[in-house]
Design a protein around this ligand. Structure first.
Ligand SMILES: C[S@@+](CC[C@H](N)C(=O)[O-])C[C@H]1O[C@@H](n2cnc3c(N)ncnc32)[C@H](O)[C@@H]1O
Length: 169
């Protein structure tokens, strides 16, 4: 994740599902000397925890933790519970998208909406890093994305449960 952010010289990272990863991303951005991570979090408790860790490390400049409860969101493949988040509120195009939420117990293919709902905000050449790709839902999610978006291609699989995709320019 850090390598990806550094090699992309990311200005804007969006993370679905906050946690310790948010801290690592903020440190990676500080190393770069620029950029911001917008971390979407549906649970108030975890939003507060992530915010507290970011504050403890003095990284508030690099991280924007957004409490975004799950609500019904419509896609071409049907309705899903996904973050109550307005992509137009982003200040720039997304260079790196990390897909590690919502948790699988919130619904079948719970993470699928990330691509259809954020596609218009992805920068040309954007990278998408998906966690938990050893699970059936996440494997099928990527298959759906590749069917839906011809500009999307698999790029690498740095670990058995991780997959990186790239949106061609
Ligand atoms: C897979 S976790 C996201 C983890 C985060 N991206 C990371 O790697 O640190 C997905 C969701 O589970 C919840 N969560 C976060 N940390 C957790 C923990 N330690 N135990 C259980 N649930 C957690 C939060 O609601 C989070 O959005």
């Amino acid at each position: 994740m850090v390598d990806l952010i550094e090699s992309a010289e990311a200005q804007l990272v969006v993370e679905c599902g906050s946690g310790t990863s948010t801290l690592w991303i903020a440190y990676a951005l500080r190393e770069l000397g620029h950029g911001k991570v917008v971390a979407l979090e549906h649970l108030p408790e975890y939003a507060m925890r992530t915010q507290a860790v970011i504050d403890d490390h003095g990284l508030g400049w690099f991280a924007d933790v957004r409490l975004a409860p799950l609500r019904k969101r419509s896609t071409d493949r049907g309705d899903y519970l996904w973050y109550d988040f307005e992509p137009r509120s982003l200040h720039a195009a997304i260079d790196v998208l990390l897909v590690d939420g919502p948790p699988q117990d919130t619904g079948r293919h719970a993470r699928y909406p990330a691509l259809p709902l954020l596609r218009d905000r992805l920068a040309p050449g954007a990278r998408i890093l998906c966690d938990d790709t050893n699970r059936r839902d996440e494997k099928e999610m990527i298959d759906y994305w590749l069917e839906d978006e011809p500009r999307l291609a698999r790029q690498s699989s740095p670990a058995p449960d991780l997959e990186v995709l790239m949106l061609r320019a």
